[in-house]
Write a protein that binds this ligand. Structure first.
Ligand code: ATP
Ligand code: MG
Length: 140
């Protein structure tokens, strides 16, 4: 299994509650290396472009509103099998369905305010990493 990168976002509900370090500790304990990271405030255009894949979904407007409601921490995580490993550490989209011990089960507020984003495939990971980071910003 080759070393892989995935795009992670610590969402506004988590920055608001000052638990970005707690989330990073869980990522690192699972063996994910944070090889790039920045705290930013997403603009509406940026949020809409990032979530373009969900444009037709009923929650799209609300999701873009939420993602621009406060700072986020965007990060590139690196590990063998990083995409699937991060999804495992995050837990299911809805915290009510997430396995005990996952970030979303333990820390998320709701289905929308679910504390973290993680790319769902290696192809999407490459696209999402490039959305936020230049090559020089990623230091493995
Ligand atoms: P993410 O893409 O953030 O890693 P995910 O892949 O588990 O999460 P998606 O189906 O891609 O989930 O949905 C993207 C995000 O949209 C979710 O993380 C959540 O914040 C929000 N979302 C998804 N479904 C709903 C819903 N039914 N109602 C409200 N918000 C939702
Ligand atoms: Mg998704």
């Amino acid at each position: 299994m080759a070393v892989e990168q995935t795009l992670s976002i610590i969402k506004p509900d988590a920055t608001r509650r000052n638990i970005t370090g707690a989330i990073n500790a869980r990522l690192e304990e699972a063996g994910l290396r944070i090889v790039a990271q920045k705290r930013i405030r997403l603009g509406r255009d940026q949020a809409e472009a990032f979530y373009d894949v969900h444009k037709e979904r009923p929650f799209y407007d609300s999701l873009c509103e939420f993602m621009t409601s406060g700072p986020v921490v965007v990060q590139v995580l690196e590990a063998e099998n990083a995409v699937a490993l991060n999804r495992e550490v995050m837990g299911a989209t809805n915290p009510a369905d997430a396995a005990p011990g996952t970030i979303r089960a333990d820390l998320a507020e709701s289905l929308e305010a679910n504390s973290v984003h993680g790319s769902d495939s290696p192809d999407n990971a490459a696209r999402e990493v490039a959305f936020f980071f230049s090559d020089e910003e990623i230091v493995g």
